[in-house]
Design a protein around this ligand. Structure first.
Ligand code: 13P
Length: 214
């Protein structure tokens, strides 16, 4: 996909996420890897009204080179790309949302911070993977979050930022958006089932999914 098509797809998927309430106000940001750098949503922009021509362009070192100023969460995105690459699993896009259910889980004090949402459904496992840790709270835009996210990204495709929201990666922009949507649904199921003892996918069912749909 060339850069104009990627810009158009970013605006289209942002509009779709916003229309369905995955993002409100100017919350959330999305980035995509290009052959010569990255596209990133501008800071303070609404995912529902992105202008493809004004999306920020960054070079390979995440320096702003064109378009509106990028999201203040550039460190978060950079950490995810670098952490996944260090793990030998480079990614093509990163989606950060404040989606309600995933953020609710990120506010619970009594969850397992190494993996709060168990393997409830195949698509959560297929899109998000085996583990999704919770990262301690950092102020939005705080560069200090970068080492924590990069370290977690070496072992996970997605994570929750405590009291803030999910950060999700994918091989492509569409993959990353689909994973963010599956994470939100899994968080909803987790909260719905919190007082029950649901049947979970077994370790061998999880292994089968991850081997079959890698
Ligand atoms: P930006 O508007 O700078 O992208 O920040 C929004 C956000 O979601 C902060 O976490």
């Amino acid at each position: 996909m060339d850069e104009p098509a990627t810009r158009a797809l970013l605006a289209e998927l942002g509009r779709s996420l916003f229309a369905r309430g995955f993002s409100v106000g100017s919350a959330g940001n999305i980035s995509v890897r290009l052959p010569d750098g990255y596209l990133m949503t501008p800071t303070n922009s609404s995912l529902g009204r992105l202008d493809p021509a004004r999306i920020a362009k960054l070079d390979d070192d995440f320096r702003h080179i064109d378009g509106d100023p990028p999201s203040k969460e550039v460190f978060m995105h950079r950490a995810m790309y670098r952490g996944r690459a260090a793990a030998g699993a480079p990614v093509g896009a990163v989606v950060h949302l404040h989606s309600t259910m995933a953020t609710a889980v990120a506010c619970l004090p009594d969850i397992d911070p190494t993996n709060p949402i168990p393997p409830l459904t195949p698509y959560f496992v297929m899109r998000v993977g085996r583990a999704m840790p919770v990262i301690p709270y950092y102020r939005p835009g705080d560069a200090a979050m970068e080492p924590a996210i990069a370290a977690a990204a070496e072992g996970a495709r997605a994570m929750l930022l405590a009291n803030h929201g999910p950060v999700v990666s994918g091989k492509t922009l569409t993959d990353a958006v689909y994973a963010a949507e599956e994470l939100e649904e899994a968080a909803k199921l987790f909260l719905l089932l919190r007082t029950s003892a649901p049947r979970l996918l077994t370790p061998s069912q999880v292994d089968d999914l991850l081997t079959t749909f890698q």
